[in-house]
Design a binder for this molecule. Structure first.
Ligand SMILES: *Cc1c(COP(=O)(O)O)cnc(C)c1O
Length: 357
């Protein structure tokens, strides 16, 4: 450890993203997709754009904001864009919370929430999911302090209704309720309309999943205009050019192509049903997913071992070595071909396991 590391960061343990191993693996471990982005993205990367790269981008990212606003049916003043929803969440916490403030999140959820709390000196506090892995709405209502949760949640794939989110928001209008909708396009109901009703609700979404653009890294928040304006002030006090000209052009093109989004989502939901059936046939318990991944456990295979066995067969899935979910794995729904490769590797591993026992 460098002796120059600031004392406030000495407890920070950085987020561990899904492994990026290079070619040769079927990658079902990070909820990304090998489907290409909208064809409009390629058109957006024009010669004119390349020639203009000597100039700084619009720091307000106005065309991208306008495109997001149109696509979601909200006012432009309600839209904040950033370099991935990770950065958007970061600016949100930086803008609204003081050091030592409480931040509540599900005990089983996106690992980054705990890491933000450490980075920003917040008191991160898990609000345990219920035994069936659903969100404890009453627990969140009673929590004293800002809360953040993914809806649908990861890695469980389960969602709560906007009515439940409203109940959490109305329990204490003084605290922020952040709804991370990274997977919302895959079937759950969005809380965007709730933002107008409840000024303490902020919805965060990303281009990294359903829009097939994790490599471009674009995220946005929909919140009350005053809050968005405050977030912009903080962004301009830190890195006004966090969304590059390339990213802005790519994002605007992608978000305008609603037909393509629907096509991709339809393919994923079709494959999700097929994969869930195939896993159930092989003895897995599979939670009903509203996302582009499945959360599954097998009685004959401890979660970590299954993950290792598949890895040996060049298929990556995600195991979290964490209480309550050690027996489970999170499996991204891939293309038909990728899912077939997963099932073949699985049959091989299961056959071997049965042969050994
Ligand atoms: C993937 C994911 C994100 C990260 O999105 P980026 O826009 O790529 O930063 C945020 N929240 C959840 C729950 C995710 O699964």
């Amino acid at each position: 450890m460098s002796r120059y590391l600031a004392e406030r960061y000495q407890g920070v343990s950085p987020y561990v993203p899904g492994e990026q191993p290079g070619p040769g693996f079927v990658k079902l471990n990070a909820n990304e997709t090998t489907m290409p982005p909208s064809p409009r993205v390629r058109e957006a990367l024009s010669d004119a754009l390349v020639e203009s790269l000597g100039l700084y981008a619009d720091p307000h990212a106005r065309p991208l904001k306008a495109a997001v606003a149109r696509a979601l049916g909200v006012d432009e003043e309600s839209v904040f864009v950033g370099n991935g929803s990770d950065e958007v969440l970061g600016f949100l916490f930086l803008t609204t919370l003081e050091e030592g403030d409480a931040l509540g999140f599900p005990d089983i959820s996106y690992g980054f929430y705990r890491d933000y709390a450490a980075t920003f000196g917040l008191a991160g506090m898990p609000v345990p999911l219920r035994d069936d892995f659903t969100l404890d709405v009453e627990g969140f209502r009673q929590f004293k302090g800002a809360v953040v949760f993914a809806n649908p949640n990861a890695p469980t794939g389960l969602a709560v209704s906007p009515d439940d989110v409203r109940r959490i928001a109305e329990a204490d209008p003084d605290r922020l309720v952040v709804v991370d909708e990274a997977y919302i396009d895959y079937g759950a109901e969005t809380c965007v309309p709730l933002v107008r009703e409840c000024p303490n609700v902020v919805v965060v979404q990303t281009f990294s999943k359903s829009r097939n653009l994790a490599g471009a890294h674009i995220g946005f928040a929909i919140g009350a205009p005053e809050l968005v304006s405050n977030m912009e002030d903080i962004r301009f006090s830190f890195n006004p050019f966090s969304v590059s000209a390339l990213t802005q052009a790519v994002g605007a093109a992608a978000v305008e192509d609603k037909d393509y989004l629907q096509q991709c989502v339809a393919q994923v939901t079709r494959e999700r049903a097929r994969l869930a059936d195939a896993l159930a046939q092989r003895g897995f318990q599979v939670l009903p997913s509203q996302t582009n991944f499945l959360f599954a456990s097998h009685p004959a295979f401890p979660g970590g071992e299954l993950c290792d066995q598949l890895r040996r067969r060049a298929v990556l899935i995600r195991h979290f070595d964490q209480p309550r979910i050690r027996d489970w794995n999170r499996i991204t729904v891939g293309t038909a071909q990728e899912n077939d490769a997963l099932l073949a590797a699985l049959d091989d591993a299961l056959g071997e396991a049965i042969g050994v026992h």
